[in-house]
Ligand binder design. Structure first.
Ligand code: 5IU
Length: 263
């Protein structure tokens, strides 16, 4: 039921999507369920923090289209960090077009499919448009090994809270578990053990920004709302001592995870 979470060992074995085998193994090895969102505009800034963060997190989330000096060298260095620290590279592109265009965007000027392990995709365009990702994910020439469907947004008044939307997104994900690694959501929505629940909107010191974002603590997000992965951005990136905050968020999120789930 959505009231419980299966042990990581079981989830690893039941993983339908390639990304999840890696994810659950990495969570166990690193004792971490933290994903850092690095929303910086310059590659050197990003790489510097990524190096500090990589040992503590299971994934680093980017918005490549916010980077003003994005280039091949950045991608190369990012992949080296990912390789050395068993870290998932997550591009939060939020693709939302028809299937054919989604694929063009994945292979477009930033060539996301070549360097990102996972990318976010909206559910609004419907099941067949999402099934278009299967070809790229199953093609060894690309790095991409799964997608995360956006079932709920963290922002105030998000239309994903309209009746039936989240359930419809969940149904598309559950029907395509070989390519859909899980969901971006605010509370656990799927009973399939292998589906990952990744949740943004976590901050231990603030409740909201001035642009609609809503934050809650790691305990609420993980122990009560039963998500798996905490996505944190400014709680770490805007602090004076990011390393100290990384350790704090990692500890809080992991304690909430194991506290509600005796493996
Ligand atoms: N993000 C959200 N909410 C969502 C989705 C994505 O905050 O519903 I979908 C992204 C935006 C940002 C990160 O990159 O997650 C959260 O950063 P902060 O912790 O700084 O709010």
């Amino acid at each position: 039921s959505t009231k419980k979470r299966a042990p990581l060992s079981v989830r690893m074995e039941n993983a339908s999507c390639r990304l999840n085998e890696l994810l659950y193994k990495t969570m166990q090895q690193k004792e971490s369920n933290l994903c850092l969102a690095i929303d910086f505009t310059q590659k050197e800034q990003i790489l510097e923090l990524a190096k500090v963060a990589a040992p503590h997190v299971v994934a680093i989330k980017l918005h490549a289209d916010c980077i003003t000096d994005f280039d091949d060298q950045f991608v190369k260095e990012l992949r080296t960090i990912a390789h050395n620290h068993h870290c998932i590279i997550f591009e939060d592109r939020k693709l939302a077009d028809i299937g054919a265009v989604n694929i063009l965007q994945l292979k477009g000027h930033q060539n996301i499919a070549k360097w990102a392990d996972v990318v976010t995709v909206h559910a609004v365009q419907g099941q067949e448009s999402i099934e278009a990702f299967r070809k790229v994910i199953n093609d060894d020439n690309y790095c991409l090994s799964g997608i995360l469907l956006i079932a709920q947004l963290s922002s105030k008044g998000a239309l994903t809270q309209l009746d039936g939307y989240t359930q419809a997104a969940r149904n598309i994900g559950e029907a395509n578990r070989d390519i859909v690694a899980g969901f971006i959501c605010q509370t656990k929505i799927s009973d399939f053990d292998d589906m990952g629940h990744w949740t943004p909107g976590v901050n231990l010191d603030a409740k909201s920004d001035d642009a609609g974002q809503q934050w809650r603590g790691a305990n609420e997000a993980i122990r009560r709302q039963l998500n798996d992965i905490v996505i944190v951005g400014r709680g770490v990136t805007a602090s004076k001592n990011p390393k100290e905050q990384l350790e704090r968020y990692k500890r809080e999120a992991w304690n909430a995870f194991i506290g509600g789930d005796h493996d």
